[in-house]
Design a protein around this ligand. Structure first.
Ligand code: UT7
Length: 330
């Protein structure tokens, strides 16, 4: 799909909790090793939230930084969107909890649950809401506390996930060239149980049994998701480039979801791109789901690797199974 409304990302901000879990933490009690984790995933460390922290508090810290970066205050925000698969509570939405943290009142707030595709889903939803003409400054945050939903006895998942939040402030732009030039969102709910948390919802409410069986933590068929991700990521990139009549060389940067360095590398080598054209932060953050693309975006923007006028491609996949792609002109 093509979107015509000129939109600009006015500010970005990231927050990751200070506690760091390195690979030695896992090899101290599980049958795993730093070598296995680095070779199979590319992850060297991840952040974990501590007491008193939650998805909304991480989101609030990132949001404050994004608003400051945009030169705006909470009074300027007229819509709040949080993209998360790890909400503070079942009721109400994490976006309302975020409003409470920031002291924002009387503007709409809602969550988007598209798991690791959340940040790109959120950008498309925020742009569409701006396109109605009803809003001026949308605060959109991808925030996750996956370590709170991780089974620390399952070596195939616990090594992967980390906590963080990435916020952006989006506003209409006077420059007709700016905005989302192309986007595509998708989902295949027939694969809903490839990555899921079985208990804690209406399907299987919390009980002593669900707690004993650790059913409130994530289950993932890693190998199946891996195969899906490699193919989907390449197809999505091809479709975006074809639709915009562009080659990969014309992009300043591709920002893929960070779930496994081997998935990212397979896309990069197939496109024949040099390492600096594809963003990587999985070594430092692990998989932060809806925050991962936002973290890379913020890093690239602050380092000057991407600037106004550049074209970049965001591509993600995750639980659902979902996928999402957006080609932006900054
Ligand atoms: O962002 C959400 C989407 N999620 C993803 O994109 C995750 C996609 N999947 C993956 O990244 C990979 O499938 C994993 C990193 C999860 C697993 O890597 P893999 O190369 O696919 O390993 P595997 O599941 O095929 O397992 C190979 C072996 C198994 O042992 P056996 O059965 O061959 O003896 C596993 O038990 O590796 C073993 N294994 C481990 N060994 C040491 C699994 N986890 C570990 C571990 N340390 N942490």
């Amino acid at each position: 799909m093509n979107s015509t409304l000129p939109v600009t990302i006015r500010g970005t901000g990231v927050y990751a909790p200070p506690e760091i879990l390195d690979n030695a933490f896992f090899s101290s009690y599980l049958d795993t090793s730093d070598t296995w984790i680095v070779e199979r995933t590319g992850i060297r460390q991840r952040h974990r939230c501590g007491e008193g922290e939650s998805t909304a508090t991480l989101a609030a810290a990132a949001a404050r930084r994004a608003l400051q970066n945009a030169g705006l205050t909470v009074e300027d925000v007229d819509l709040v969107i949080v993209c998360t698969a790890t909400p503070d509570v079942v009721i109400p939405s994490t976006s309302c909890m975020l409003q409470g943290e920031l002291g924002i009142r009387n503007v709409p707030a809602f969550d988007v649950l598209a798991a690791c595709s959340g940040f790109v889903y959120g950008l498309v939803v925020a742009t569409s809401m701006l396109q109605t003409g009803a809003y001026r400054n949308v605060l959109m945050v991808g925030a996750e506390t996956l370590t709170r939903f991780t089974d620390y006895q399952d070596r195939s998942t616990c090594i992967l996930f980390g906590d963080a939040a990435a916020a952006v402030v989006l506003s209409p732009s006077d420059d007709p060239q700016r905005g989302i030039l192309y986007w595509n969102l998708g989902a295949d709910g027939c694969q809903a149980k490839q990555i899921w948390v079985p208990a804690g919802g209406s399907r299987l409410p919390a009980s002593t049994t669900t707690v004993a069986e650790r059913l409130h933590t994530m289950r993932m068929r890693g190998r199946e998701v891996y195969k899906f991700a490699v193919v989907k990521m390449q197809d999505e990139i091809d479709n975006a480039l074809q639709s915009c009549d562009m080659t990969a060389d014309e992009l300043k940067l591709i920002i893929p979801h960070q779930s496994n360095l081997r998935i990212i590398e397979s896309a990069r080598s197939r496109l024949g791109l040099p390492a600096d054209k594809v963003a990587v932060n999985i070594d430092r953050y692990g998989n932060t789901s809806a925050a991962s693309i936002g973290i890379s975006f913020d890093e690239a923007r602050r380092s000057g690797a991407i600037r106004p006028g550049d074209r970049i491609l965001l591509v993600a996949f995750g639980a659902g199974l979902t996928w999402a792609t957006a080609l932006l002109q900054l």
